[in-house]
Design a binder for this molecule. Structure first.
Ligand code: NAP
Length: 275
């Protein structure tokens, strides 16, 4: 088995991790749902959770993205399935749970990762209709997903929920004002939910990434001037990668974090956030 895995993964960094993580398999027997997992941080987390032994349900709005992500991870011999889900649509969330139960038999881990940021500019210039959209997707959908997943985790006897917030939750970004406030709200949501979930043996934690190189953050790194400006705010003087977030997601999802709930872990390369 080991030689097969080693052969499968020769010359590939991600694959080398696949071989070693399968030996540990700290998420073996677990089932994970990750929203917005066909690209960026969500996709990296899906790959890592599957590498660590979980069965993972991939999802995002567009069928073609779901197909592509599932195909890519299946080609890496990972146990994943996919379904389209716009987190703002109640029927899509319901299908996401239903498909996961049908394909994998239960739900142990929820990573609520979807977010939008339709406006880029000073907060007072935010068009009046935009806050609703931002809060609908970034906050309300996370809240509803947490609420809706509870019976499924109760049925398993335990669970782990991870919300994806941002450094902007602690240090609002000048040109991303409304988005920043929505990410602060997720920290409050975590605090509000943690006691009730603890009573049900469900942990809830947050990760708050800094500037991570994905399509979502393109405006901060695509052009050399903005990239240099962004990098100057990071102690490590570089932008992070989605793969630098996935290990923390896997850790929080696993029993290695069995005594951790109601916390936030920042993954920022040392950006200024809090004492
Ligand atoms: P990304 O690479 O641009 O990926 C976005 C993903 O979200 C895609 O899979 C997209 O697929 C999906 N998506 C978009 N809207 C959706 C919706 N309404 N319902 C379901 N899926 C949706 O983004 P990312 O940078 O990884 O961001 C992921 C999370 O990290 C977000 O919560 C973001 O706020 C947070 N974050 C990112 C950074 C950063 O610097 N990148 C920093 C801090 C926090 P479809 O188009 O198929 O839907």
């Amino acid at each position: 088995m080991f030689s097969m895995l080693t052969r499968m993964t020769t010359g590939c960094h991600v694959g080398m991790r696949l071989a070693s993580s399968h030996i540990g398999g700290k998420l073996l027997g677990k089932v994970a749902i990750i929203t917005a997992s066909t690209d960026g941080i969500g996709f990296a987390a899906a790959r890592r959770l599957a590498q660590d032994g979980a069965k993972v349900m991939i999802s995002s709005r567009k069928q073609k993205n779901v197909h592509a992500a599932v195909r890519k991870l299946k080609n890496e011999h990972l146990n994943v399935a996919g379904v389209t889900c716009h987190v703002g649509h109640a029927e899509d969330r319901s299908t996401l749970f239903k498909e996961t139960l049908e394909q994998f038999g239960g739900i142990d881990i929820l990573v609520s990762n979807a977010a939008v940021n339709p406006v880029f500019g000073p907060i007072l210039d935010t068009p009046s209709d935009q806050p609703d959209k931002i809060f609908e997707i970034n906050v309300k959908s996370s809240f509803l997903l947490c609420k809706e997943v509870v019976p499924h985790m109760e049925a398993r006897g335990s669970g782990s929920v991870i919300l994806i917030s941002s450094i902007a939750a602690y240090a609002p970004m000048h040109l991303l004002g409304a988005y920043s406030v929505s990410k602060t709200a997720l920290i409050g949501l975590r605090k509000a939910l943690a006691p009730s979930l603890a009573d049900l043996n469900i942990r809830i934690n947050v990760i708050a990434p800094g500037i991570i190189k994905t399509k979502f953050s393109e405006a901060l790194w695509k052009n050399e001037t903005t990239r240099e400006l962004a990098e100057s705010t990071v102690l490590m003087k570089r932008i992070g990668t989605p793969e630098e977030c996935d290990g923390i997601v896997s850790f929080l999802a696993s029993d290695d974090a069995s005594y951790i709930t109601g916390e936030t872990i920042l993954i920022t390369g040392g950006m200024q956030a809090r004492l």
